[in-house]
Design a protein around this ligand. Structure first.
Ligand code: PMP
Length: 439
């Protein structure tokens, strides 16, 4: 035991953070309201990233604040197994009301990573429940991000997230990613070239046999690895191949869910029907941790056989459907509906696109990508120092009052859907200045 000052920064080992850099030059938020954070030195920072792609309705939204306060005073926690409480059921119904039509059930988790593990396990157990226990292989995609747990990093395709952690899940293959900068750079919206990349699934099928493959998991639009868009026709082709071979298709909608693309879900936006959908983030506007896996009736019903008093799926979390999270979720869905935020995102998408593509021609910019209220600006890496240029852009933007996110040398943007046009302009102006000033 030793006594630490509350301001000591060392005890907290920060996630996905350059801890040594941060602790020399800390950046702290102490408040948030609408489109803005307030820092500990009392500066306003425009939120260009909706927190971490999650605060889709912006910050400190009155309905959500009130719902959480009320819930914590009324029913703080209820056991998640063999017990229920009304708000978890109410939220499930509301979620199914706004989900793609063929989705009929939700399984609650506490994060995107947990949603991914849950969906992969449901896929495996589904085949087994139907007497198809040989289907155990899982297929992900290069540069896919499916959270940080073992299943998720196994199907995920980010080298740094995998290479330090042993042999991971066996029986996993990866499709090629869909980023073709030589052919698709500076495309507005979905790129033209690359639908054929889905055909790689046929190669994997002929290698192992369809009867060994449980599921394919992809982000309908890959967010965390730098906003990699699905080429036109790609997701349709993936769906068709999966269906033909009895393979489940999982869309990881942790980012694309809840309005980000200007539709409820990526599945709606692209018009492609997955068998399972993983979500989190925007489900509660990021206010209380919660995730949900959406499943079709066909998947759910395959488990509802056998003895009525027997547990159907041996999986769940202490906080599945937590009352405070459920209350936050309900108030979040109310806010999205009352303020028509998904439609708003769709309406603003072309203004957003114009701002982003206006950055073409600035120093270091080698690609600009956009869809809905998501954007990416890819920078030419500094030789021998990958990630340095974008990280400097991040620090400079922060100095100028704008929060952006970077991954490698890609700047990713995903503002709250309440953003105003003048704030879109300001993002463009700040980035122009920043790109002109960094090495
Ligand atoms: N899947 C996708 C597609 C994501 O973008 C993320 C988070 N960015 C996750 C899973 C993991 O979510 P969490 O950080 O809540 O575990």
């Amino acid at each position: 035991m030793s006594h630490h000052s509350p301001n000591d920064l060392n005890a907290f080992w920060m996630p996905f953070t350059a801890n040594r850099q941060f602790k020399k030059q800390p950046r702290m938020f102490v408040a948030a309201d609408g489109m803005y954070y307030t820092t500990n030195d009392n500066r306003k920072i425009l939120d260009g990233t909706a927190g971490l792609w999650c605060c889709n309705a912006g910050h400190k939204r009155p309905k959500i604040v009130e719902a959480v306060q009320k819930q914590v005073a009324e029913l703080d926690y209820a056991p998640a197994f063999q017990m229920g409480h009304p708000k978890a059921f109410e939220l499930a119904n509301r979620l199914i009301d706004i989900a793609p039509d063929h989705m009929e059930h939700v399984f609650y988790t506490n994060s995107g990573s947990e949603s991914v593990e849950t969906a992969l396990k449901i896929a495996l157990a589904y085949h087994r429940a139907r007497g198809d226990a040989g289907r155990t292989r899982l297929i992900g995609r290069e540069r896919g991000y499916h959270g940080v747990n073992f299943g998720g990093i196994s199907v995920g395709g980010i080298v740094n997230n995998r290479k330090f952690f042993g042999s991971l899940l066996t029986g996993v293959d990866h499709l090629p990613h869909t980023h073709l900068p030589d052919r698709n750079a500076f495309t507005r919206g979905q790129p033209e070239h690359g639908a054929y990349l889905a055909d790689d699934l046929e190669r994997i099928v002929s290698l192992h046999g369809a009867e060994t493959i449980a599921a394919v998991i992809v982000e309908p639009m890959a967010g965390s690895t730098g906003v990699l868009l699905p080429p036109k026709g790609y997701l349709e082709r993936l769906r068709e191949i999966c269906t033909r071979h009895g393979i489940l298709l999982i869309f990881d909608e942790v980012i694309t869910g809840f309005g980000r693309l200007g539709a409820g879900f990526g599945a709606d936006y692209f018009g492609v029907k997955p068998d399972l959908m993983t979500t989190a983030k925007g489900l509660t506007n990021g206010v209380v941790p919660m995730g949900a896996v959406f499943a079709t009736a066909e998947i759910h019903d395959a488990f509802m056989t056998g003895l009525e008093n027997a547990i159907e799926l041996f999986h769940g979390y202490t906080y599945s459907g937590n009352p405070i999270a459920a209350a936050a979720g309900l108030a979040t869905l109310d806010t999205y509906r009352d303020e028509r935020l998904f439609e708003r995102a769709a309406d603003l998408a072309s203004y957003w696109e114009d701002m982003l593509h206006g950055l073409k021609g600035l120093p270091h910019v080698i690609d600009v990508r956009n869809l809905g209220l998501i954007g990416a600006i890819e920078l030419e890496p500094i030789a021998g120092k990958p990630t340095e240029r974008a990280f400097n852009a991040f620090l400079k933007s922060y100095d100028k009052g704008l929060l952006i996110r970077t991954t490698g040398d890609i700047i990713a943007l995903s503002p709250p859907l309440i953003i105003e046009k003048h704030e879109i302009d300001r993002i463009g102006e700040t980035l122009s200045e920043v790109l002109g000033q960094i090495e």
